[in-house]
Ligand binder design. Structure first.
Ligand code: IPE
Ligand code: IPE
Ligand code: MG
Length: 232
């Protein structure tokens, strides 16, 4: 494929509806969705994508019933126990975006362990956005900036690039995909998607696969990214 987006963000939506349609509990959708993470990460790595940022848990998802939140907290442990070996073999580096502190200690530990274990891998950066919300990210950045200015650590002026450096996710997103038909951004990477190409697919996240990713990248290649200028 010609032009591979360097940074892809995905809103992994539709796990619950996928399960419901099969007469299964919502958690079954989340479990299948975790397997899709493996499939899509391996595919993105093979294609030469630099960074894949997956929305796994939003700052708003705490509103869900306790048993669902509890299951989602266990999922990183299940995922890494099953797939960390394969991630290592493929040179994939795990990172995260968001505030881990609110999760149970063991959830925090499995994530930190995966980050540490994979930190020198040269391939795809697989960034899991967890307890992530874009407004919260911007708020924390502003607080940190104000503190740095007040303590004399920096001048009271700032460039766009420096704003990015205060965020959890510092890269611009080239391609943003949302699965399962909803046409909204749900507080995801608001600063970073300023010039992203947006693709909304009806496919539920548990059914999303390598071919779906390739189709999205083909669609991305058909877009004319003008950045406010004119077509060459
Ligand atoms: C996405 O699937 C996973 C998370 C938000 C954690 P949903 O759980 O939102 O599934 P739907 O949208 O209810 O089908
Ligand atoms: C967005 O999906 C969050 C994640 C995929 C983690 P939601 O299902 O929570 O979003 P809304 O509620 O439909 O906006
Ligand atoms: Mg949803």
């Amino acid at each position: 494929m010609k032009n591979i987006p360097q940074t892809i963000g995905i809103i992994m939506d539709g796990n619950g509806r996928w399960a419901k349609a099969k007469g299964l509990p919502r958690t079954a959708g989340h479990k299948q969705g975790a397997d899709t993470i493996r499939t899509v990460a391996l595919a993105a790595n093979d294609l030469g994508v630099k960074k894949l940022i997956l929305y796994a848990f939003s700052t708003e998802n705490w509103k869900r019933p306790d048993d669902e939140v509890g299951y989602l907290c266990k999922l990183p442990g299940i995922f890494f126990a099953r797939y960390i070996k394969e991630l290592m073999e493929n040179g994939i580096r795990v990172t995260f975006a968001g505030e881990l502190e609110r999760f149970p200690k063991d959830t925090q530990e499995v994530i930190q362990k995966a980050v540490l274990q994979t930190k020198d891998n040269p391939g795809l950066e697989l960034c899991i956005a967890i307890n992530y919300g874009s407004r919260r990210e911007i708020l924390l950045a502003m607080q940190k900036y104000a503190k740095d200015v007040a303590s004399g650590n920096r001048e009271n002026d700032i460039t766009e690039e420096e704003v990015s450096n205060y965020l959890f996710v510092k890269e611009d997103v080239d391609l943003m995909i949302r699965t399962s038909g909803e046409l909204r951004i749900s507080n995801y990477l608001l600063w970073q998607i300023a010039y992203a190409e947006l693709i909304f697919t009806p496919v539920a996240w548990p059914d999303f696969d390598r071919e779906c990713l390739e189709q999205c990248i083909e669609e991305y290649n058909r877009r004319d990214r003008r950045y406010g200028g004119l077509t060459k």
